[in-house]
Ligand binder design. Sequence first.
Ligand code: ZN
Length: 436
Amino acid sequence: MFVGLKPGGSQLATAPSQESGGMRFSYRVFRAFGIDVRVHVTFVFIVAYFAVVWGALRQPGGGWGALYGVLLVVLLFALVVIHELTHSRMAQHYGIKVKSIILLPIGGLSSMEAIPEEPRKEFVISIVGPLSNLVLGGIMVAILPAVVSWSSLSAGHLSDLLFSRSFTGAYLYVLVSNLFLGAFNLLPAFPMDGGRVFRAALAWRLGRPLATRIAVFVGQALAVAMAIAGLFFGGGILLVLVAIFIFIGAQAEGSQDPVQRVLAGLQVKQVVRPGVHVARRGQNLGEIAARLFHSYQEDFPVVGGRGDLEGILTRDRLIAMLGQHGPDYPVADAMRTDFPAVGLDDRVAYVLEKMKAGSFKAVPVVEEGRLVGMLSLEDISEVVSLLSAGGEDILRRVPSVEPPSRRPSTHAGYGSDQASEPGAETGSAGDTEPPG
Ligand SMILES: [Zn+2]
């Protein structure tokens, strides 16, 4: 019976928890190494279950039986806590904050701010949990002859001993639970520990995105096999629950690939480059080409006489048209006008799709009819690298670009044509408008 209970045993929760407590309806039991160990309210069910099984269903039962059942739950979850603390201590060693450990009926969850993307670190953090149980189990096997008398061991069948209300029974129960916790969690059923170890090992060679896809596939295949075993081959309903847990967990983490996760929360105003050079529709390609010698900007928004955005002259288009028509060809005839409409509040992930669909390397960002800046693939990939390396906390230090109306006097001091020409570095986006 005990076997089905631990499996969920030792997930590393990746999703940062909403509150400092980690999960609603959970209560702090104690604190170790700066980590709150909490018990979820549903935990009473597992305690009640053990009390009922040992108090009513097993002989000799009664009040002492119920108490013995509760003792076994406490011992069992002490092993889960050891397992989770081992994960957490290793994570802390790598500088990762661990918020809490939460005990649920199906196991424990270490809620840490992030799982490191370096395969080596994820590998180590994930594997030490199951190893802690295997080592403990191994020690218990080694000292078995010293702790338990041979006569009590040989007194009955192992399963009889395991379910007997005795010191030997409790000892064997803890021993077997340790070995089970260690072995089961090493199954490559992502996002269980073994699945993370598997993913990390793959990521060394294949890179994390592909490794994650493979691990998710294998994890979900194993979850389906567990569910079938639970439903049709006597595995029990708990195995089915664990299978569902793994299947959904794999799905959630698979779609949470770091790049996607970082992008999902990002808005254009956080990554837009406000100081851009613009081209005017009256200019010719030669003028713009000359500017390219002194600029790292490759694509130029094209503005009309009133400062309204009319198109974008991409580097590819500039080169192609220069080759075909020469330097006197007008910008207005070379620019692309099929650029996607992008505002400051749009999600970067959405814009990225639009850019890919239209083969744009950069797009102008427009707010209330005015050009406020540019967003380029380079800018996005740079931001993703920074956030992946430094954590998403960096974002809080980044000032957002505001729409022109929210800023005072957008082009004070920029009355000359200079500001509107490519090559004239503009201090802020509003200044990219020509004076009209
Ligand atoms: Zn674990």
